[in-house]
Design a protein around this ligand. Structure first.
Ligand SMILES: *[C@@H]1O[C@H](CO)[C@@H](O)[C@H](O)[C@H]1NC(C)=O
Ligand SMILES: *[C@@H]1O[C@H](CO)[C@@H](O)[C@H](O)[C@H]1NC(C)=O
Ligand SMILES: [Cu+2]
Length: 237
């Protein structure tokens, strides 16, 4: 936290700062690509406005040179931790009561090593809240050392994509602007013979501050029993 939190973050209040986190690593079919193809966030502070361009790939991030090669139909894992480079499973991936959904989007781009994320995004993975187990998506991250795995749809057209991994913390979301968005964009080159180019949404635009999954008091059980994950329907191929 010390090296990673800006002066602004330190002013934001001890309770919320405690749980700040970032997606940092990617695994492809069980191979650890560490942060090579990640546009690492400059701090672990959240984005709180859904109308800024920061909602695409986090505030101030810049493209990196490497791409991670992923086969369509493959198993991709994104990994979140509170502090930069700290992958210790002893530390919560996203603590401080930062309960909320986890989501993964992809956007087909001409060049993942330069694209700013202004194009069309489709959703490939999500986990909101499960009543039976009383688990949020962020609980799953904490249970799995920050990892969330998903299958890349097998019929996607090959080419460069940005992969946007996101956790939304809802512990202070009962007032507008209180939800905290933590996202990282990864750059990949997808190989395969698929042909699908799913329709998508844009960021900003996909979320409204008043969406039922964003403006919500999660401490009321009736509110979360039918929790509505923000964004478009899942594309599973
Ligand atoms: C996907 O990869 C992760 C990380 O290596 C692994 O833990 C998980 O079991 C894999 N899932 C499948 C369905 O192969
Ligand atoms: C992406 O993969 C294809 C197929 O292997 C390859 O021809 C192409 O050069 C790669 N593109 C980049 C930018 O790595
Ligand atoms: Cu926070």
């Amino acid at each position: 936290m010390k090296s990673f939190t800006t002066a602004f973050g330190l002013l934001a209040g001890a309770t919320s700062v405690l749980g700040h986190s970032t997606f940092q690593e990617m695994w492809v079919d069980g191979v650890d690509k560490v942060s090579t193809c990640a546009r690492l966030p400059l701090s672990n502070n959240p984005v709180t406005s859904v109308t800024t361009n920061d909602i695409r790939c986090n505030a101030g991030t810049v493209p990196v040179t490497p791409l991670c090669t992923v086969d369509a139909g493959g198993n991709v894992t994104v990994e979140m931790h509170a502090q930069p480079g700290d992958r210790s499973c002893a530390n919560q991936a996203i603590g401080g009561n930062h309960y909320g959904p986890i989501l993964v989007y992809m956007s087909k781009v001409a060049n993942a090593a330069t694209d700013v994320g202004a194009g069309s995004w489709f959703k490939v993975d999500e986990f909101g809240y499960d009543v039976a187990t009383n688990k949020w998506g962020t609980d799953l991250l904490n249970d799995n050392c920050g990892k969330r795995s998903f299958k890349v749809p097998a019929d996607l057209a090959p080419g460069n994509y940005l992969v946007r991994a996101e956790a939304i913390a809802l512990h202070t979301a009962s007032t507008a602007g209180g939800a905290q968005f933590y996202m990282t964009c990864f750059q990949i080159n997808l190989t395969g013979t698929g042909t699908k180019t799913p329709a998508g949404v844009s960021f900003p635009g996909a979320y409204k501050a008043t969406d039922p999954g964003i403006l919500i008091n999660i401490y009321q059980a009736s509110n979360i029993a039918n929790y509505q994950i923000p964004g478009p329907a899942l594309f599973t191929g």
